[in-house]
Design a protein. Structure first.
Length: 175
């Protein structure tokens, strides 16, 4: 089963692209579990602790594994992940100056076929979970540097929604 990850800074079109690709390929969609996690909390989203990143990472992997099993049963051939642990790793490094070793290890071990790195060309859309409206270009560079350093296969997707989809489909079909 192919595993495709959509990644990049906040408000860069990841969720839209992930949903479109999952629909296009009749694949499974792995939701961004941080949204589910914070939706169940009663305290403000900006009132979280560093240790919660590990919990979110564990939820993300559990959801990915669950979707892979559900997708495989009717003969599905692909899952599309609306983010992965690299995002949580970068989040920890940006917010706390470090990332949990457990998260780091899994970003290096967990296999995926392709990462689609979304350039932050979309207008910023405010959201209670978003924290970085002014440095999305710098964060894009952090994502790209991290993918390169880890030796992950990736392409940059950019342009409008149609161009992003076309680039993504072309790259996935070549895998």
């Amino acid at each position: 089963m192919k595993k495709i990850v959509i990644t990049g800074p906040e408000s860069s079109g990841k969720t839209t692209l992930a949903g479109s690709l999952a629909s296009h390929y009749s694949g499974g969609l792995v939701r961004e579990m941080v949204r589910c996690y914070f939706a169940q909390r009663t305290i403000p989203t900006n009132g979280y602790e560093e240790m919660e990143l590990r919990t979110i990472a564990e939820l993300q992997l559990h959801e990915e594994d669950r979707v892979a099993v559900v997708t495989a049963n009717p003969g599905g051939k692909m899952i599309v992940c609306d983010t992965d642990l690299i995002t949580i790793r970068i989040w920890g490094e940006e917010k706390y100056g470090r990332s949990d070793p457990w998260i780091v290890q899994r970003t290096e071990e967990r296999p995926y076929d392709l990462w689609l790195l979304c350039r932050p060309e979309m207008p910023w859309e405010p959201d209670p979970l978003r924290e970085n409206p002014h440095d999305r270009d710098r964060l894009f560079d952090v994502y790209e540097t991290t993918l390169k350093r880890l030796g992950k296969p990736y392409i940059v997707v950019e342009g409008g929604p149609e161009q992003r989809m076309k680039s993504a489909v072309n790259a996935i079909d070549m895998k």
